[in-house]
Write a protein of this length. Structure first.
Length: 417
């Protein structure tokens, strides 16, 4: 396997030294051994080509994923578990892991070893995997941990992004011209964007985690269904309102929601890559929370229908010469939104295995060098909503983040009927 990195992948890869890591954590009830865990990681690496790949550059400095003939093993680190919250601090430590992608796989595993209860923290560089891909990796890892000789279907492997775009679209002069012009607009916007004097210090990053009880989670799901609003839209409305209430004039009334591009491209549902679409949402005035949420739902529906994954990919391929400037803009740029809100929805990974129980999967987190790091990630496992809020003290003081969390949750609790 050898393929060039796309523009989003190159942006996240950056200089190959700065961390841009995602972490997915699973809590397991049962007795594990290092031998079983190491065997499961070995099997995982066997079936996923990107876990056997390194990044090489051609004579023009263009980076490629290239499968190694003798790949290095994925490290498994063992730490003794002291409390139920150790995984939060370990997640933050894992954000700073530097993967030498030119020599080794860009993933490792931490086992927080306890008596009967453990956490497995899967850390990976965001340039090759997103939250959805991490769930595929975790499911495969647990499969091999439970039954080391189990057969698992290998994922679809991309050779080039052009493979995703139908020939009649890729060769259309109209589509090519439009992609070029949109890329030119992006270059102009990047050039005109304001800059901070220096990147924000990463030692000020923080992570706030909380979960809802089963009863409250189910009530929200049922209320959303009755009102014709998705859970994702209700969460967006609640957080936009909370940011405005807590931050006042400093709030932007603007958040970004990533959209899984796999939903629009057939045949790549199991592919590992970090490329995604996105929507920017704002809240209009309304008489009540649900009035605002229903209005926002109409906006979401229109925006989803207008998403153009092929146009997005073609535009991105016109921006290879601007990767450095785009990255600098996002690292040094001034904030233009309140947060990114990513809802992974229901996580369809079994909880009952033959040799252990998966007590819970925590919401995936990611932290990189961005100057606008505030992200809320939500997911649902075993019908319980789980939340992760990550940011930086310089950008959004932790005290304000806690107030926003409290306000958003209070809004949702009061809105449930």
């Amino acid at each position: 396997m050898r393929r060039p990195l796309s523009v989003p992948e190159r942006f996240m890869w950056g200089d190959g030294v700065s961390p841009f890591n995602g972490v997915l954590t699973a809590r397991i009830k049962g007795e594990l051994t290092l031998e079983r865990l190491s065997k499961a990681v070995y099997r995982l690496q066997e079936i996923h080509p990107l876990l056997c790949s390194v990044i090489v550059e051609d004579d023009k400095g263009v980076p490629f994923f290239e499968r190694s003939d003798a790949p290095a093993s994925i490290p498994v680190r063992v730490k003794e578990r002291q409390t139920d919250d150790d995984w939060i601090g370990t997640s933050m430590e894992s954000w700073t892991t530097v993967f030498d992608g030119r020599k080794q796989p860009m993933m490792d595993l931490v086992w927080l070893r306890g008596a009967g209860v453990s956490e497995l923290l899967m850390t990976f560089h965001h340039c090759f995997c997103d939250g959805r891909g991490a769930l595929r990796l975790m499911n495969d890892l647990l499969t091999f941990l439970d039954k080391p000789e189990e057969t698992v279907c290998a994922p679809t492997t991309l050779v080039a992004l052009d493979d995703l775009i139908p020939a009649h679209i890729r060769k259309s002069n109209g589509r090519r011209i439009r992609a070029y012009l949109v890329a030119q607009l992006i270059r102009g916007f990047v050039g005109a964007s304001g800059r901070r004097a220096a990147p924000i210090p990463r030692d000020k990053d923080y992570f706030i985690h909380w979960r809802w009880e089963l009863e409250s989670s189910v009530r929200l799901f049922e209320t959303c269904q009755r009102t014709g609003v998705t859970v994702n839209t209700a969460l967006c409305a609640a957080f936009l309102t909370a940011f405005r209430t807590v931050r006042g004039r400093k709030a932007h009334n603007r958040l970004t929601c990533p959209v899984d591009i796999r939903k629009f491209l057939p045949g790549i549902e199991d592919t590992l890559f970090p490329i995604g679409l996105s929507m920017t949402l704002s809240l209009s005035p309304g008489a009540s929370f649900w009035d605002q949420a229903r209005d926002l739902q109409q906006v979401v529906s229109r925006k989803v229908n207008r998403l153009d994954p092929y146009g997005f990919l073609m535009t991105m391929e016109n921006l290879h010469g601007s990767v450095r400037r785009i990255r600098e803009s996002l690292v040094h740029g001034k904030p233009r939104q309140d947060c990114m809100l990513s809802n992974l929805g229901r996580l369809n990974i079994p909880w009952r295995w033959s040799t252990f129980e998966l007590e819970t999967l925590y919401s995936f987190t990611v932290m990189g060098p961005l100057g606008d790091p505030t992200t809320v990630v939500t997911s649902t496992y075993r019908e319980r909503l789980d939340f992760a809020l990550v940011s930086n003290e310089i950008f959004l003081p932790r005290a304000e983040a806690l107030a926003i969390k409290g306000e958003a949750m209070d809004i949702l609790q009061k809105a449930m009927v």
